[in-house]
Write a protein that binds this ligand. Structure first.
Ligand SMILES: Cc1ncc(C[n+]2csc(CCOP(=O)(O)OP(=O)(O)O)c2C)c(N)n1
Ligand SMILES: [Mg+2]
Length: 547
């Protein structure tokens, strides 16, 4: 009798088994280090989105999480595939985005002349890293998912590329992951904040990404309603409390005419929001020192050293705080009624629509775009001067509908790649990716990916033929502007070449063509190239304004 050979599960097969159990989407670009993995996934019809530059594998997985709350995988080959990911990884780590990054690595026999030390580079990015072996593939990959989810961070899994066809080791070797214990507030601490809220004349609650992640927006709203507080939110927490008593976005994006209403606050409670220089206008956003924070760690308080911080998980702390406030039987403050009288005119109608160069004023453009874009918008931003106008003028329905990958690491050039992940994650929304011409040229590799992956959406380029942010911040202080100006690129033509519908906007009325395209309901992606003047600087760009 001929004995049939024992069927082993290979390392690659075992990785695919775990991946398909834990996620529904992989973003990546292949090479020798990950071709078998991708091939094994696509051959079974698994959701794989190919990108054109590896940084987009990471930023698309990042935006996918921000859009859906679901963890995704980014994969690349060893060497250049890995190094191309670095900027996206630094952003994901700083922004606390869970993802598992699966990357090929040098063979288990040792580095070849062209291999680099990927482990050390990953450690340098502050990202946990683990290396798969044939014996531990199950436990390693499972642990990577658990760590990423629980720790809210990217986790790197390196796979020596020669191991793929070896039999995978004992599946039972996995030791259960020990979840991180979160800090808990004491009753006294919560009572202190409750007292401050109840005795304040004009309490203000600033909500951030921590409120979004813990799903505590409604609790924060109830807390504010109990004391008559006014709300603000960070960039990542648009409309998280669903209240009309909000002064909108906090920080550099806060329009100047709303600042008197913010400065009137005599007590501020910050819930799960980073207080970086931009968010607090270098600590000057609030006129009071009577500031309290509830957050998991002090890592995110960068500008308010005197704020009283209670370290706690909002899921536990907010219901208890609400109870503490209610037991003090507060009388709601009159702040909400006073706010209308404190907000000045926004002054848009006083501003010219064009500069003396004949090009458009970006503030008017942002205001009109806000009117014409569909309500079910999902706005993906790159970085640059132009985003100040979007932050100021755009209505965003909920936190998941404003995605700005790159703000934590202060990187431009991540817009089109991240728009891929947002669009794939929430195809029911109208995804609009807004970019500058500088960041747009940096991200160009994945403009075509976004166009191809999106049934209906738009790319809008605020094109001032310049690194506008540098002109408005540094040329005004005497830096030579030569290298700040860029050759003009017609993004409508570039977009058309990649399968989009090109629309050129030189006058404010030209935006009606875009409005018509939107109302026609035609499938596809409009690529709208808008010529912007370099003469209009947002106040947040003033030297030293926000850091
Ligand atoms: C990767 C990277 N390189 C350089 C910078 C510095 N930087 C910040 S904004 C900016 C200009 C962006 O130009 P553009 O995308 O055209 O937008 P604009 O400021 O003109 O509106 C530059 C170069 C950066 N933030 N990230
Ligand atoms: Mg520009």
């Amino acid at each position: 009798m001929v004995q049939s050979p024992v069927q082993h599960t290979t390392v690659t097969e075992e990785m695919i088994r775990i991946i398909t159990q834990r996620v529904d989407r992989v973003f990546g670009l292949m090479g020798n280090g990950n071709v078998d993995l991708i091939s094994g996934l696509t051959s079974q019809g698994f959701g794989f989105t190919g990108v054109h530059h590896e940084v987009a594998a990471v930023t698309a997985a990042d935006a996918y999480y921000r859009a859906t709350g679901k963890l995704a995988i980014a994969t690349a080959t060893y060497g250049a595939g890995f190094t191309n990911m670095a900027t996206g990884l630094a952003e994901a780590q700083l922004a606390r985005i869970p993802m598992v990054v699966v990357v090929g690595d040098a063979p288990s026999t040792g580095r070849r002349p062209f291999d680099i030390d990927q482990q050390t580079v990953t450690v340098g990015l502050n990202i946990p890293v683990m290396t798969v072996s044939a014996e531990n593939v199950t436990s390693t990959l499972t642990r990577a998912f658990d760590m990423a989810e629980d720790g809210q961070e990217p986790v790197m899994v390196l796979v020596p590329y020669d191991l793929g066809n070896l039999p995978a080791g004992d599946r039972s070797s996995y030791e259960a992951y020990e979840p991180i214990t979160q800090p808990t507030a004491t009753d006294e601490q919560l009572h202190m904040i409750a007292q401050a809220l109840v005795t304040a004349k004009r309490p203000l609650i600033l909500t951030g990404g921590g409120v979004v992640r813990t799903g505590t927006g409604q609790l924060a709203r109830q807390l504010g309603d109990a004391v008559g507080a006014v709300f603000m939110h960070s960039l990542t927490a648009s409309n998280v409390c669903g209240t009309e008593h909000s002064l909108g976005i906090a920080g550099g994006f806060t329009p100047e005419h709303k600042l008197p209403a913010v400065h009137a606050a005599d007590m501020v409670l910050i819930l799960g929001a980073t207080t970086n220089a931009f968010q607090t206008r270098k600590g000057a956003l609030f006129a009071t020192d009577n500031i309290y924070r509830i957050d998991l760690s002090d890592r995110w308080n960068q500008t308010l050293p005197t704020a009283q911080t209670v370290f706690a998980d909002l899921t536990d702390a907010l219901p208890r705080l609400l109870h503490a406030v209610e037991s003090l039987q507060p009388r709601p403050s009159s702040y909400r009624q006073e706010v209308a009288g404190l907000i000045g005119a926004d002054g848009l109608d006083q501003e010219p629509v064009y500069g003396t160069d004949g090009q458009l004023n970006p503030r008017h453009v942002a205001a009109k775009l806000n009117e014409v874009l569909p309500a079910n918008r999902q706005v993906v931003l790159d970085g640059g001067h132009y985003i100040t106008w979007i932050g100021e003028r755009f209505d965003i329905p909920d936190p998941a509908s404003l995605i700005a990958v790159g703000t934590a690491f202060q990187s431009i050039g991540l817009g089109f790649g991240s728009a891929v992940g947002a669009s794939v994650g929430s195809p029911e929304k109208f995804t609009v990716c807004i970019s500058g011409d500088g960041g747009g040229q940096m991200a160009l590799a994945d403009l075509g990916t976004f166009i191809n992956q999106t049934d209906r959406g738009a790319v809008i380029v605020f094109n001032d033929a310049a690194y506008g942010a540098e002109i408005h911040q540094y040329a005004v202080q005497g830096a030579d502007p030569t290298a700040m100006y860029l050759p003009y690129v017609d993004f409508a033509a570039v977009g058309q070449a990649m399968g989009g519908v090109g629309i050129t906007v030189e006058t404010i009325e030209d935006l009606d063509y875009f409005a018509q395209w939107l109302s026609s309901g035609t499938d596809g992606v409009a690529v709208v190239n808008i010529r912007i003047s370099t003469e209009f600087a947002h106040p947040a760009m003033r030297p030293g304004a926000t850091g």
